[in-house]
Design a binder for this molecule. Structure first.
Ligand code: FAD
Length: 116
């Protein structure tokens, strides 16, 4: 697998976007202010409008309607995002990710230094 495409295809754009979203969730406040919650909701609800893969955007919009983002805390947001990514994984026939390991993957890093 090539590590970068120029311009990015759906796969490399997806990997970059999940990296951004999971990392942002990992550093979201444990006790966000109402303003921080509103910004996170704006970020997530902007994706179905702007994400430059139209079928991905439409699919995400339907998911956000079905299971609204939980922006009450870092842990809640990380869990919501992991579940949402897993829904996409299932749709695409990819293995699901163990959400108990989400901080290890996106915040603390694994003890042996490997990511996958
Ligand atoms: P990715 O799914 O990109 O995951 C990257 C890394 O995240 C993995 O290597 C793993 O370490 C980690 N990870 C995996 N699952 C989880 C999880 N549940 N929680 C936390 N970490 C996890 N592609 C399409 O073909 N059709 C679509 O409709 C579509 N919709 C998308 C919607 C969004 C919002 C995004 C961001 C991407 C979408 N994609 C879609 C792209 C697709 O999800 C993948 O990013 C792409 O196929 C590359 O997959 P990958 O196997 O490299 O791993």
């Amino acid at each position: 697998r090539r590590s970068a495409h120029c311009p990015p295809d759906v796969e490399s754009l997806g990997r970059a976007t999940w990296t951004f979203l999971h990392t942002t969730a990992a550093y979201y406040p444990e006790s966000p202010t109402p303003t921080q919650r509103a910004h996170m909701l704006q970020l997530l609800h902007s994706l179905p409008q702007l994400y430059p893969c139209s079928h991905c955007a439409g699919d995400l919009g339907a998911r956000l309607q079905r299971r609204p983002p939980d922006v009450r805390s870092r842990a809640a947001l990380s869990a919501w995002l992991c579940a949402t990514h897993n829904e996409v994984n299932v749709m695409l026939g990819k293995p699901t990710f163990d959400c108990a390991r989400v901080d290890e993957r996106w915040k603390d890093g694994p003890k042996d230094g490997s990511c996958d």
